[in-house]
Design a protein around this ligand. Structure first.
Ligand code: 5GP
Ligand code: MN
Length: 337
């Protein structure tokens, strides 16, 4: 891993600096929480910044403080490009290569600016001048907390900043249960609660606002569960037709893969979701223990992520994707059984 250089950024950050902050495509709680948390913090020290997402965020995160200020590249391309063309500093949060921002990545690759990367994904690429990268961390929000509290110890966190960072840590740790959760994670969480994050309310806002249609979609997903006992693997699939029939909204399938992972003895769980508009099958991989889904996703599905949680895609149709997956899986018999 290359040296972390973010402490050298301070002399370039002052009240006139124009800043943009970017998260990855299909932003999750950590991407949105970290970008908004940093944006709200910069405001506290007198620096105006603009959060730009490649595309919109799911409804279950729309209550987060500051979401009304977010620009989405797929909706407001010209305004986003104008902001970026004038930016002195562009923070990129919660992703490790520009390709993770979709079409926006092509624009960023040609942008003449200073990039700052704050991230926890494996094998980061090296487009950034300043970086704070720690692949051991459970979330980018923990790194943003580390950055602002170490560089600006005299600036108090507001309740809104704390709420954003708490949310990202909560979602990326599976509500503090994944092995990546450490005592340090809990110390940061304690600090955020002291700063005004309302833990119970945040959990409720994020997880207890289900539309009835989402629970029926979950029912369908569980009907489409296939268990391959010999390989300690379980997968779920949802076709575009399944999504359409259950009023699918962005974010509705978040967490579904964990039902497959919760089966007794299962080490490897996958969900395949058909996205007809993009002509791809989006795939989420999860594992328990040593099976490295980051490598699996990189090797076979143009993706990546972390050892126990990764994503990727297939360009085949749904059924051929599932058949191909089962064929590939057999070659991992030793690791999985
Ligand atoms: P999820 O399955 O929840 O979408 O993502 C799990 C993890 O894998 C997250 O850390 C996410 O950033 C990463 N990830 C998801 N999809 C992709 C992808 O297509 N490419 C890469 N490199 N990482 C991904
Ligand atoms: Mn993350």
């Amino acid at each position: 891993m290359r040296e972390n250089t973010i402490s050298k950024l301070k002399h370039q950050l002052h009240q006139e600096t124009k800043v943009c902050i970017i998260g990855h495509k299909n932003p999750d709680g950590d991407a949105l929480g970290s970008t908004l948390g940093l944006c709200l913090f910069l405001k506290e020290i007198g620096i105006t910044s603009q959060v730009i997402m490649p595309n919109t965020f799911p409804k279950f995160l729309s209550w987060l403080p500051g979401t009304e200020t977010v620009l989405c590249y797929d909706e407001d391309k010209e305004i986003c490009e104008d902001k970026l063309n004038h930016a002195d500093i562009v923070f990129t949060l919660d992703f490790n290569h520009l390709g993770r921002t979709g079409d926006l990545g092509d624009f960023l690759a040609n942008l003449n600016t200073t990039f700052v990367m704050i991230d926890h994904h494996q094998e980061p690429s090296d487009y950034a001048t300043y970086r704070l990268v720690d692949t051991q961390k459970a979330s980018t929000c923990e790194l943003v907390h580390e950055y602002i509290t170490s560089e600006y110890p005299d600036t108090a966190l507001t309740a809104d900043i704390a709420t954003c960072l708490y949310t990202g840590i909560m979602t990326d740790t599976g509500s503090f249960r994944f092995p990546s959760t450490t005592s340090k994670t809990h110390r940061i969480i304690a600090d955020l609660i002291d700063a005004g994050a309302n833990n119970s309310q945040i959990h409720q806002n994020t997880f207890d606002n289900n539309a009835e249609s989402r629970l029926h979609l979950l029912g369908k997903a569980l009907q489409n569960l296939k268990v391959i006992k010999a390989l300690n693997t379980a997968y779920i699939f949802l076709s575009q037709k399944d999504l359409n029939e259950h009023g699918f909204q962005k974010g509705d399938t978040e967490g579904f893969v964990n039902y497959a992972l919760s089966l007794e003895g299962i080490k490897f769980a996958v969900i395949f979701i058909e996205h007809k508009a993009e002509n791809i099958i989006k795939i989420s991989f999860r594992s328990i223990g040593d099976f490295d889904v980051n490598t699996f996703a990189r090797t076979h599905y143009q993706g990546g992520g972390h050892k126990n949680a990764a994503g990727g895609k297939s360009d085949l149709d749904l059924q051929p994707t599932l058949q191909e997956f089962e064929r590939k899986l057999i070659t991992y018999k030793q690791e999985l059984s």
